[in-house]
Design a protein around this ligand. Sequence first.
Ligand code: NDP
Length: 266
Amino acid sequence: MELITKPLLEGKNIFLTGGSRGIGKAAVLELAKNGANVAFTYVSSESGAKDTEAKIKEINPNAKVFYYKMDVKNSKEVNEVAEKAIADMERIDVVVNNAGILRDGLIYQMTDDQWDEVIQTHLTGTFYVCRAFLEEFIVNKGGKFVNISSICHVGSAGQANYSAAKAGIIGFSKALAKEYGYKNIYCNVIVPGYFKTELTDANASEMIVEQFVRLSMLQREGKPEEFAKAVVFLASGLSDFVNGDVLYVTGGLDTIPPKDSKRKKK
Ligand code: NDP
């Protein structure tokens, strides 16, 4: 007898920041593959967003897809886009905070702008987006936030801004789960290890990538679709007793390489 199983995310409406490339794009595609409708954002790459939309339609022609230009650093823009996404999708069940940048530098040389842009994009942006969707989750009597941190939250030389922002996301997410968990609102964190994307490619030297691989128990980089499966887990009912928790998707990387003297200059 043929076993008929329902897709894990059938009928779920998911909003994700930074779906135009990288591991965010992989997540959007995997979510759609599992039956979800998706709304996602980009900030500069409209062509990337169009490509994501086209790929979703190939994977799941029935999926509802919307995309919006939105800078997570701008609270007004975040509120407007959240309102629009809720109206377009009619309901949002899951919000994934994935958008990110790097502006690396040693602390002594780090400019105010480098510091501020990274903190605002990752930490403040995550706060803005969660705040903008909280009312929707409260009205719906539940919802799931999935926030993306990094293994660099343990402290990465040359990335003090990024390390601080990514550690901050963990504290923020646990606080949100404590404030709203009793309302069936979830806020979990994924800590990715090393995945090859434009972000990491432009910033890590070959030497540092080799070190990341050597330090991981699986002795390899992650594949974007492996990150994406963790997002599906935390977005779905499979994780209904997981809240305020941190899921490591690192291939067993529990430390990061020391200072990279060959770090690429931007
Ligand atoms: P990419 O550089 O490949 O993609 C970044 C995404 O974020 C793009 O969609 C970009 O949009 C969007 N974005 C950037 N700035 C903003 C902004 N101000 N407002 C809204 N969207 C913005 O990065 P990755 O896929 O590598 O990383 C995604 C997330 O995963 C980040 O939070 C990163 O810190 C985290 N991470 C990644 C790891 C990895 O190994 N790749 C490891 C650990 C964590 P656009 O295309 O329009 O510019």
